[in-house]
Write a protein that binds this ligand. Structure first.
Ligand code: ADP
Length: 495
């Protein structure tokens, strides 16, 4: 941490604090997630999981982990700094995002989810505060603390509490055999929120959430109904039976027709009926009027532009436009555009440098607790190439061998020299969002037409950097009001 100057706090979660920092030698701006020390067991588990995933899975729509270290017993994750989150935008655009911007963001978000699902990973905490947005409009999924490899037949998932508002019914009812469809449900909820500015299923308890699901989405399937009936938590409770319109556009009249179709396909009560990430990417919402063909070159140009400022993304690895179109068509938009071998094999040198760039080391003076990190270092070196080359790498849960970590490396050798505010614009089509101006203004209620449900909560946490913090995974947050009035409610807490 001595290598970094702290600029301010940008986020706070259940397991740690995210600080905006500047590398003292290079001036590179980074986000450092500092995990709390306690409760040690769960913090270590969450941190270890996040490191594991981020080291193995690299994609331009996933946040980039630069390095990991431990100081004063606290695990520190150093990320590329990304300008703001979707939640920040929703606080400013109270009625939801403008349709062109929305489509570009959704395409990238679904690309990231599709990449994870193709690698048998479920994220399990998709929500607006976990989607980072760069100044040029590139979205990056973050927070892999709950991500995990899909269980095999008969395996069960345990100890996991995702953010309630985005939880699928099978999760609320603790069905132990859930899978990728939980991310699709969360996407459906988030799409509505991004399009309208209002969370779809804000809720203060599991029962409240189930009730809202039944009222707004659909009746429980017989299987879920039987879990509900047997659950001691819901003993004596009877959920209403509701007649819902069959037609997606009638059900979601506030959404554009194709978006309503897409949301309807995501928000199916039966997980087996939910659309896949692959089919979402090929949905007419994206394929109509040549959007994909137009947007991919634009995205590539933005990535190139950002890569110029960021040496851990190599511009020479970015495929040419025609290659990109060909690859995207061939692989159903699954592959990364920058960072992997789909666009040409890496040389041995490049592989090595990747291993060095992502490293784990212990700061002198810290005590104990390095075994997990040592294990991860070992795993990284031996698995990273496989994971990157193999689109179906799934070997995350095998027992690692413990070896000594490589010698500590001077942190400055890892920095890429990216300067704050050095982004020049160039090929931007989407107007950049000036958070410092816009959101500061929003937080002090200067420029907004009416208040946003989340604003009160977030405004309380405004920090000196001009960014605000939230991401509170609090379990029970007191009563909430009905959906349509939400924009008027200032102090609704996100859980
Ligand atoms: P937690 O797991 O503790 O909830 P997250 O990874 O979700 O932490 O990050 C919390 C918040 O910190 C995010 O909602 C975002 O506002 C901010 N944040 C996280 N990563 C970055 C980053 N790379 N760049 C800028 N801000 C970030």
């Amino acid at each position: 941490m001595e290598m970094y100057e702290t600029l301010g706090k940008v986020g706070e979660g259940s397991y740690g604090t995210v600080m905006k920092c500047k590398h003292k030698d290079t001036g590179q701006i980074v986000a450092i997630k500092i995990f709390y020390e306690k409760p040690e067991k769960s913090v270590n588990k969450i941190a270890t999981r996040e490191i594991k995933f981020l080291k193995q899975f690299r994609h331009e729509n996933l946040v980039n982990l630069i390095e990991v270290f431990k100081q004063k017993r606290k695990i520190h994750l150093v990320f590329e700094f990304i300008d703001h989150t979707i939640l920040d935008e929703l606080q400013h655009y109270c009625h939801g995002l403008e349709s062109k911007r929305l489509r570009k963001y959704l395409f990238q978000i679904i690309r990231a989810v599709d990449y994870l699902h193709n690698n048998n990973i479920i994220h399990r905490d998709i929500k607006p505060e976990n989607i980072l947005v760069s100044q040029s409009g590139i979205t990056k999924l973050c927070d892999f603390g709950f991500a995990r490899t899909l269980a095999g037949p008969g395996d069960i998932y345990t100890d996991y509490v995702a953010t309630r508002w985005y939880r699928a019914p099978e999760l609320v009812l603790k069905d132990t055999s859930y899978g990728k469809p939980v991310d699709i449900w969360a996407l459906g909820c988030m799409i509505i929120e991004m399009a309208t500015g209002n969370p779809h299923l804000p809720s203060s308890s599991d029962l409240d959430l189930l009730h809202r699901i039944v009222l707004k989405v659909g009746n429980l399937t017989p299987h879920l109904q039987s879990i509900f009936a047997k659950s001691p938590i819901f003993d004596g409770v009877i959920l209403p039976q509701v007649q819902h319109p069959q037609n997606a556009r009638k059900k979601y009249p506030k959404l554009n027709g194709l978006l309503a179709d897409m949301v309807h396909a995501c928000l199916q009560i039966d997980p087996a009926e939910r659309i896949s990430s692959h089919d979402l990417l090929h949905h007419e919402y994206f394929t109509r009027d040549g959007f994909v063909e137009k947007f991919l070159p634009e995205l590539r140009a933005k990535l190139l532009q950002e890569a110029k400022l960021n040496s851990f993304m190599k511009t020479k690895d970015i495929p040419k436009e025609n290659e990109l179109m060909r690859e995207e068509r061939k692989t159903n938009f699954n592959n990364t555009m920058i960072n992997n071998s789909h666009f040409g094999k890496e040389t041995e040198k490049e592989k090595k440098s990747k291993d060095i760039r992502i490293r784990v080391f212990k700061i002198k003076g810290g005590k104990g607790d390095t075994s997990e990190l040592k294990k991860l270092e070992y795993e990284s070196v031996h698995r990273q190439q496989d994971a990157i080359d193999n689109a179906h790498a799934t070997c995350l849960d095998t027992k690692p061998v413990i070896i000594e970590p490589p010698n500590s490396v001077n942190p400055s050798t890892n920095a890429n020299g990216m300067k704050e505010d050095s982004y020049a614009g160039g090929c931007m089509i989407m107007p950049p969002i000036n958070l410092t101006n816009n959101l500061m203004a929003a937080n002090s209620n200067l420029n907004i037409p009416y208040s946003n449900p989340r604003l009160g909560e977030r405004a309380k946490k405004k920090q000196t950097t001009g960014q605000v913090i939230s991401n509170n995974r609090q379990e029970d947050t007191g009563p909430t009001q009905g959906g349509d009035d939400l924009c008027e409610e200032r102090n609704l807490k996100r859980n």
